[in-house]
Design a protein. Structure first.
Length: 341
């Protein structure tokens, strides 16, 4: 990611990805993995290419939500293409093997649940529980799309947030809004509410659709809840030990992700970080707005002619997008603005 940011023309980021992929292939070969090349493809699709894409979007100052959605789509598109290629090359046998493995795992989980039951189950009760195995198996398969989509979104959020934090800590790129200042558009909550409402429909396929959508939209609010937590941690100036303990707790008990999602939803009304009402662009990328507000304050006691011209440029920004920030800077400093091509 750093190589892609600093030397985009030399393709050093691609070289770093290829080198790390070679190390993964070597490690898989030493561990006698039957298909080490598949590990490399999964690494490139899930880690390597998303990192390069995130770096390029940061370099081009793309807004946060388009960045996250684009990176997530790249993950799903690349790995979906790999899966389709393997399916066609094996004439469907690879899916048959995966399906058998999933069916065996479901069978193992249900038998373990029966053995570890707190109350003694009669043979009739055990038979009724095992009769649910096809339904559990089908439900698991139907939830895979939402699971992989939410995992891709979570990967994209982690890549973006850690990249921005890394760049800010080392002062490589200034002015980037991190996850502690990330605010989702408020109307997005209606998508989550609609997904929850689908669970009330007395139709099993529609409930499955609602569950998949909840996983997808819920991950976005997990990111917002993480921003609330990070903002609190920064205000309290807690040390690195906090992140170590928090990471261990999340790995041991993923229920903390649900808690962060609830915090992210409540933040819409509670506004824990007091970011709403400011010019944040709807997705936490509000550096242009804050710059405009500061310069407007600076111009309040100056010549009215320059102030009016600056207001005109502000209107152009609202119509034309963040590319006019350079023109703002020129007008604020009483220079001839250089308009972007």
């Amino acid at each position: 990611m750093l190589a892609q940011l600093k030397f985009p023309a030399q393709l050093l980021g691609t070289g770093a990805m290829v080198t790390s992929g070679g190390l993964i292939f070597l490690l898989g070969s030493l561990l006698h993995n039957p298909i080490p090349g598949l590990q490399v493809l999964i690494y490139i699709g899930w880690c390597g290419l998303p990192a390069l894409l995130t770096a390029e979007f940061l370099r081009r100052q793309v807004r946060v939500l388009p960045l996250i959605f684009s990176t997530s789509f790249q993950i799903l598109f690349f790995l979906g293409g790999v899966a389709f290629f393997l399916y066609m090359k094996t004439n469907g046998q690879i899916w048959t093997g995966i399906a058998q493995s999933i069916h065996g795992a479901v069978d193992l989980v249900m038998n373990t649940a029966i053995k570890n039951s707190q109350s003694t189950l009669t043979p009739a009760d055990q038979a009724r529980v095992m009769a649910l195995e096809p339904l559990v198996y089908r439900t698991f398969l139907d939830l895979l799309p939402g699971f992989f989509a939410s995992l891709a979104l979570l990967t994209s959020i982690v890549l973006w947030a850690t990249s921005v934090g890394f760049l800010e800590a080392r002062q490589i790129v200034a002015g980037l809004a991190g996850i502690d200042r990330w605010v989702l558009p408020d109307p997005l909550i209606f998508a989550l509410i609609s997904s929850l409402a689908l669970l009330l429909v007395p139709s099993f396929p529609i409930r499955l659709l609602g569950t998949n959508l909840i996983m997808i939209f819920g991950v976005l609010y997990v990111g917002q809840g993480t921003g609330v937590l990070l903002s609190y941690v920064r205000r309290r100036k807690l040390g690195n030990w906090f992140w170590l303990v928090s990471g261990i707790f999340v790995l041991i008990q993923p229920m903390f992700l649900m808690i962060l999602g609830v915090v992210g939803v409540i933040d819409i009304w509670a506004d824990f970080r007091e970011l709403r009402g400011k010019t944040t662009g709807g997705d936490g990328s509000g550096e242009e707005g804050r710059y405009v507000e500061k310069k407007m304050d600076d111009l309040s006691d100056r010549d009215g002619k320059h102030r009016d011209s600056f207001r005109t440029l502000c209107l152009c920004h609202s119509l034309g997008g963040p590319g006019y920030l350079g023109a703002f800077r020129g007008a604020a400093e009483f220079r001839e603005p250089v308009w972007p091509t």
